[in-house]
Design a protein around this ligand. Structure first.
Ligand SMILES: C[S@@+](CC[C@H](N)C(=O)[O-])C[C@H]1O[C@@H](n2cnc3c(N)ncnc32)[C@H](O)[C@@H]1O
Length: 378
């Protein structure tokens, strides 16, 4: 059984691939990618920042098209991954480049909140991971990367996915994203697979600087609860009820609802037994990392999503920046109405851009190491 952190033994002679590797103008290996389940493009944008060319992203949700295409020079393919063949994707890889098939299938079926019930839906979603595996088999890319929630590693479907990687060196591990410079606590299962070898085929967390909430969002202009900033429509905070306004005023950064006067507490928190979820209605701390940015991150009552000093929940722009999207990343067309639940879902479900960048840098360095000095120059 393959467990995260295992590296599978060599299966392929990498020398056979060497002539395709150098681009004449840049003297470095080129990698082209297709991003399955691309969403708004968190993973794609990070791969591009890390030097990988992304030809296309595939997603079934039409809401992802605008943000994906407005921020990335890649084609958005609005399709069910299960309806695609390897041949359909071939045209999106630049000729002569190494092919990378990347993807992050929907995570909800594997999260701790959704283990029970909805078993039919769960089975269908699991098939998406296997659809990814089938495309690996059909396309035979030199490189593969997959990201998901850590719980996926405990399911048989993960082992089934790894079976599709016969002939690849495989590394997988649970990565705490704050150790690679994401200003957020976010644990993710990351898998890297390569036909080139195992050298450097692992994410290392050693050399990255931790980033805080202050370093990430303190430069944004102040806004009030319910306000939308005139210049950036995404810098919008949800409204607060009069009771929640009193609560946030009584909250200190890093504290809990236990700090409040009893009359401000929710009925379930007044009972001695009501000790669950102490971090709901919490405020973030300036000099710490943020909690995991979820699809509900725009709601003060949904977690520790209160701004460190302004009396409001974080704005959608702040959530996106804590997911390491650049400040100028476009999520809505000019004049488009802000829908918190839709945008929260797109932002909370994204792969942090920085994680994509670190994956790209790791794979690029792995490719260089795999060929070393033996690589012929064109
Ligand atoms: C976890 S999100 C991926 C986030 C994305 N990688 C990013 O960085 O922004 C999973 C995505 O899978 C998409 N999806 C769900 N079922 C799909 C299917 N059958 N085919 C293609 N995409 C699908 C969802 O619409 C969602 O955008």
């Amino acid at each position: 059984m393959t467990r995260p952190d295992d590296v599978m033994p060599p299966k392929l002679d990498s020398g056979a691939l060497a002539p395709t590797l150098w681009s004449t103008e840049e003297q470095r290996p080129r990698i082209s990618a297709v991003d399955l389940f691309c969403g708004v493009g968190g993973l794609t944008h990070g791969l591009v920042q890390g030097g990988i060319r992304v030809g296309a992203g595939v997603d079934i949700d039409p809401a992802c098209r605008y943000p994906f295409e407005a921020n990335n020079s890649a084609t958005f393919i609005e399709k069910d991954v299960n309806q695609l063949s390897g041949n359909d994707l071939l045209q999106y890889f630049a000729p002569g480049d190494l092919k990378l098939l990347a993807g992050c299938a929907p995570c909800q079926p594997f999260s701790t909140y959704s283990r029970s019930g909805r078993s039919k839906k769960r089975e269908l979603d699991w098939q998406l991971v296997l659809g990814f595996g089938r495309l690996v088999q059909e396309l035979e890319p030199e490189l593969v990367t997959m990201e998901n929630v850590p719980q996926l590693a405990d399911h048989a479907v993960f082992q089934d996915f790894v079976k599709y990687l016969d002939g690849y060196h495989v590394w997988s591990s649970v990565v705490e994203c704050s150790t690679i410079g994401v200003p957020q606590s976010r644990r993710r299962l990351v898998l890297l697979a390569s036909k080139l070898g195992s050298e450097g085929l692992r994410l290392s967390s050693g050399e990255y600087v931790k980033r805080t909430v202050r370093e990430t969002i303190s430069g944004l202009p102040p806004i009030e609860a319910g306000e939308q900033h005139a210049r950036d429509p995404l810098h919008t905070a949800s409204t607060l009820s009069p009771l929640n306004m009193k609560r946030i005023k009584a909250s200190r950064p890093g504290g809990t609802w236990r700090d409040w006067e009893p009359e401000l507490r929710a009925a379930c928190h007044r009972k001695e037994s009501g000790a669950t979820y102490p971090s709901v209605y919490g405020r973030m701390e300036w000099d710490a990392i943020a909690p995991t940015i979820t699809t509900q991150c725009f709601g003060y009552g949904n977690g520790r999503f209160g701004h460190p000093e302004q009396d409001r929940a974080i704005s959608l722009r702040e959530a996106a920046m804590l997911q390491t999207f650049p400040e100028g990343y476009k999520f809505v067309r000019s004049g488009e109405k802000i829908q918190f639940s839709r945008l929260g879902r797109l932002i909370g479900n994204a792969v942090p851009v920085r994680l994509g960048k670190v994956i790209a840098e790791t794979l690029t360095s792995h490719v260089k190491k795999s060929f070393g000095q033996e690589l012929p120059q064109a």
